[in-house]
Design a protein around this ligand. Structure first.
Ligand code: UDP
Length: 366
């Protein structure tokens, strides 16, 4: 029997690990899959709701490391996760995505000689001012099995000198969750409950530090949302980081009445809103992918994306951070300048199966 521990900490991690857990259950005679939650996201609506909705069991280990600076968080996770690894002695750990938990887990396991699988490997924004870029790059350097979601990842890893025998193009694990929960997403009543009409509102999320951590940028975002809400109703589920900053800068009450602020939403309701929106405006990583899969127009308010396939063949418009350009792009899309878009290769809902076939091959039948 092989033991595998998946290390998760933040909202997007839960969405990426859920499909793997479902498939691991089918192999419970050969693999004991355990989940360790670092506590990076701990609010009810950023964590527990995802475990409930995505049919994840209560984590086997909870490290309780929330808040703090990046260093405090990374170091705290490392110290506590080392204790789990010393006690459990797993054959492999799985780290998804690009958050501090991902990199912290990889650092600890690599020094203990424990094999590491990185899910969603190879993505690069080439912008080291993003903490996620540092997390991804370090994790990839240390990983033994690198599971890539889009082909740009293969090129990026090859350029960084990573042995191609360790790299596997398996498709996008986020899409596994989307495909699995589509019936529930289609059945959600959130648009009705929020009094929205199909294809006639704009869904917005912002949480990247570069956009929301300073007054000037956040104020410009508030102004932009107020302006576009003159055209269409805007729905804005507010990430805790963004909410904290809106409060700190006294901006929370500055929204016009056509901008509907909500708490962060559960997975099913959020994707239902995304699926029925005319347009999504975001700085999220995962939402660029989900909108491309669903054929929904997405404006990404960043100067770069680590997910270029969503721009090259999907429905993503990379508009930069000049909000006049973002507004102009939004107006053009609403007037009909929509990208047609197609679904990237292997975004088919079967990525977890491909990953687990490879891992079992490597661990159980080496
Ligand atoms: N999401 C959600 N509720 C929300 C906002 C986002 O369930 O209120 C989901 C979204 O569908 C996506 C994931 O959270 O799957 C993305 O997380 P986030 O934007 O926080 O992280 P990123 O992808 O930027 O790392």
């Amino acid at each position: 029997m092989k033991k595998i521990i998946s290390l998760v900490g933040a909202r997007p991690n839960f969405i990426k690990i859920a499909p793997l857990h479902k498939v691991f259950k089918k192999f419970s005679d050969v693999v004991n899959h355990k989940i360790c939650h670092t506590g990076q996201h701990f609010d009810e609506n950023m964590s527990k709701i995802f475990f409930d909705e995505l049919d994840l069991p209560k984590p086997d280990f909870y490290l309780g490391i929330g808040g703090g600076t990046h260093t405090e968080q990374t170091a705290g996770i490392m110290i506590e996760f080392e204790k789990v690894l010393l006690q459990e002695k797993p054959d492999l750990i799985i780290v998804p995505g690009d958050v501090n938990s991902t990199m912290a887990g990889a650092l600890v396991a690599s020094k203990m000689g424990i094999r590491i699988a990185h899910v969603e490997s190879g993505l690069r924004s080439f912008d080291r001012s993003m903490p996620e870029e540092i997390n991804r790059t370090v994790t990839d350097m240390l990983s033994d099995y690198l599971f890539v979601s889009e082909k740009s990842g293969i090129d990026n890893l090859s350029r960084e000198g990573i042995d191609s025998n360790k790299v596997f193009f398996v498709g996008n694990i986020m899409i596994d969750s989307l495909v699995h929960y589509l019936p529930g997403i289609n059945a959600s009543l959130i648009t009705i409950n929020l009094d929205l009409s199909y294809n006639n509102y704009i869904l917005v999320t912002f949480h990247r530090p570069g956009n929301v951590d300073n007054l000037k940028n956040l104020k410009t975002i508030v102004n932009l949302l107020n302006r576009i809400s003159g055209e269409k109703k805007v729905v804005f589920p507010v990430h805790p980081r963004t909410k904290g900053n809106l409060e700190k800068f006294g901006l929370l009450k500055q929204f016009d009445k056509n901008v509907l602020l909500t708490d962060p939403l559960g997975y099913v309701d959020f994707l239902s809103l995304a699926k029925d929106a005319e347009l999504v405006i975001t700085d999220s990583g995962g939402i660029q992918e989900e909108t491309t899969f669903m054929g929904i127009q997405c404006i990404t308010v960043r100067n770069n994306t680590e997910r270029p396939v969503t721009v090259d063949i999907g429905t993503n418009h990379l508009a930069g951070t000049d909000l006049d350009i973002v507004e102009d792009t939004a107006l053009k899309i609403m007037k009909g300048a929509k990208k047609k878009g197609s679904i990237p290769e292997l975004w088919d809902g079967k990525t977890a199966n491909r990953i687990i076939d490879i891992l079992i091959d490597k661990l159980v039948n080496p």
